[in-house]
Design a protein around this ligand. Structure first.
Ligand code: G6P
Ligand code: MG
Length: 220
């Protein structure tokens, strides 16, 4: 029985996935490292430091950075990202999200946010939707990052529901794997070719329809 819907943030609630891309792209350009949108797919859902390491692995001539230098590079990217998110307003909620979340809640179901971003609270606050979610998982308290299911399992536990009674919504392949690893029903947003493990793939958040999704879930 469907009891909760747990959302990724970046690229699902708002298009901050684009801002992460822009900030990584600028960082890569400064370092003379090639960085494409296709390669950026591998960074979605991945923590800041792990993303940096993936980016650095694309260098034609690999450099051995010290831990301190790695932290500086990660801070540099975050500074660029924080500048970009300062412009966010409630108008930046992705199409259909407000209605979808309202429909879920009006049915008495719970909602949660499972984001790997340390900027999640800042983004949700700027969007004006902090009170639309019953639980926002604190990523600082987690041991494992997506595709490990820990973040989705933590959200379900904090909501007091069984993972099997949850739908997870993601725009990253690592996130879909985390949802499936948690034993939840996975809705992916984006290009179907990126999501072989999702239960449903929608090309945009505008296609999120609570009644249809709940029916598909109950019939699964
Ligand atoms: C999300 C995004 C990633 C980002 C990660 C960490 O998972 O999809 O692109 O790297 O959060 O975000 P942060 O804001 O902590 O650097
Ligand atoms: Mg995402």
């Amino acid at each position: 029985k469907l009891k909760a819907v747990i959302f990724d943030l970046d690229g699902v609630i708002t298009d901050t996935a684009e801002y992460h891309y822009q900030a990584w792209k600028a960082t890569a350009t400064e370092l003379g490292i090639p960085f494409t949108r296709e390669f950026n797919e591998n960074l979605k859902g991945v923590s800041r430091m792990d993303s940096l390491k993936l980016l650095l692995s694309q260098a034609e001539k690999p450099v051995n950075y010290s831990d301190e230098e790695l932290v500086q590079l990660a801070d540099r990217k975050n500074k660029l990202y924080v500048e970009l998110i300062e412009t966010i307003t409630p108008a930046d909620l992705l199409p259909g999200i407000t209605e979808f979340v309202a429909d879920i809640r009006s049915t008495g179901l719970k909602t949660g946010i499972a984001s790997a971003s340390k900027n999640a609270i800042a983004v949700l606050t700027r969007l004006g939707v902090m009170d639309h979610f019953d639980v926002i998982v604190d990523v600082n308290k987690l041991k494992n990052s997506k595709p490990d299911p820990e973040i989705f399992l933590t959200a379900a536990a904090q909501l007091g529901v069984e993972p099997a009674d949850c739908i997870g919504v993601e725009d990253a392949a690592s996130g879909v794997d985390a949802i499936k690893g948690a034993g939840m029903f996975a809705v992916a947003i984006g290009n179907a070719a990126h999501f072989p493990h999702a239960d449903i793939v929608l090309s945009s958040t505008a296609e999120l329809n609570f009644r249809e999704l709940a029916q598909t879930f109950e019939g699964k």
